[in-house]
Design a protein around this ligand. Structure first.
Ligand SMILES: Cc1cc2nc3c(=O)[nH]c(=O)nc-3n(C[C@H](O)[C@H](O)[C@H](O)COP(=O)(O)O)c2cc1C
Ligand SMILES: Nc1ccn([C@@H]2O[C@H](COP(=O)(O)OP(=O)(O)O)[C@@H](O)[C@H]2O)c(=O)n1
Ligand SMILES: [Mg+2]
Length: 240
């Protein structure tokens, strides 16, 4: 759901947008500025923010400079629309509150087993990664990644996974080249007939795959353990 809090604070500070501006953005959204232009008056906004008209005006200006709203100033006020970036900021706040008030729901990614480029085997076996897998995941993975092509809704849920705290695998280098970092998210792999636990969704920093696929690692060959063939439906239940 969310990036690391420190990073988010830093980016707000750089843009001179803090919680005060966010409060103004929220009021604009409540007035409908997420769906289209709304007429905003600084004095009305000032009342609702319990601030002076000048302060309300400054907050709108800061929101515009940060790219969170588009504004057109007219003689009796201004027309304001929340931009896609503004919406993303509000969405992050919303996700925060969901985490506060809602029971943690399972993050289930569903899709079908698929073959890949045969490169997973090479990377997983490299000693620079292998040592870290043993230390940080507690097992030596089978040499390869089980690739899963996600269905449409799960492609969106995948980004929620990437905001969880995963296990970091560090970048390293040998005499010839550098190898990228990766993040591993603990999960259970389920089929109609059984399940395997633990697996890890591995998200390499450098990859040829896009967000429509995930790669899984585990101590055993999952195709054998769960008798999986290309096209079989699976659910990857990510721990939260
Ligand atoms: C642990 C790990 C590290 C990786 N590091 C790199 C890398 O440094 N550079 C790179 O081009 N791809 C890297 N890859 C990604 C592979 O090139 C490729 O995108 C993917 O793992 C291939 O999977 P497939 O053979 O299952 O299709 C890495 C993959 C894994 C699993
Ligand atoms: N834990 C694992 C890892 C890979 N595999 C499979 O092992 C083979 C080698 O993995 P790979 O990543 O090199 O190959 P592709 O995913 O590119 O086909 C593939 O058939 C994977 O689906 C598995 O069954 N269980
Ligand atoms: Mg693979």
């Amino acid at each position: 759901m969310l990036g690391p809090p420190v990073l988010r604070c830093m980016s707000r500070a750089t843009l001179a947008v803090g919680y005060d501006e966010l409060a103004a953005l929220k009021l604009l959204a409540l007035d409908g500025a997420r769906r289209g232009e709304v007429k905003a008056s600084c004095s009305d906004l000032a009342d609702r923010l319990d601030a002076s008209t000048q302060t309300a005006s400054r907050r709108l200006q800061a929101l515009e400079e940060a790219g969170y709203v588009d504004r057109e100033v007219v003689s009796d006020g201004q027309w304001v629309t929340i931009t896609d970036d503004g919406e993303r900021v509000l969405q992050r706040e919303y996700e925060d509150y969901r985490r506060v008030f809602e029971e943690p729901a399972d993050l289930a990614l569903s899709g079908r087993v698929t073959g890949g480029m045969g490169e997973g085997r090479h990377y997983i076996s490299l000693p620079g990664y292998n040592r870290q897998f043993e230390d940080r995941l507690g097992y030596e993975p089978f040499a390869g990644t089980l690739n899963v092509e996600l269905d449409e809704p799960s492609r969106r849920a995948r980004s929620a996974m990437e905001s969880l705290d995963g296990v970091d695998i560090d970048a390293w280098e040998d005499d010839e080249r550098t190898y990228g970092s990766a993040t591993c998210y603990p999960a259970t792999l389920e089929t109609d007939d059984g399940s395997y636990d633990p697996v890890h969704v591995i998200v390499p920093d450098r990859t040829h795959h896009d967000e429509t696929k995930v790669e899984l690692i585990a101590a055993d060959k999952l195709r054998d353990e769960l008798t999986l063939d290309d096209g079989d439906e699976v659910i990857v239940r990510v721990a939260q």
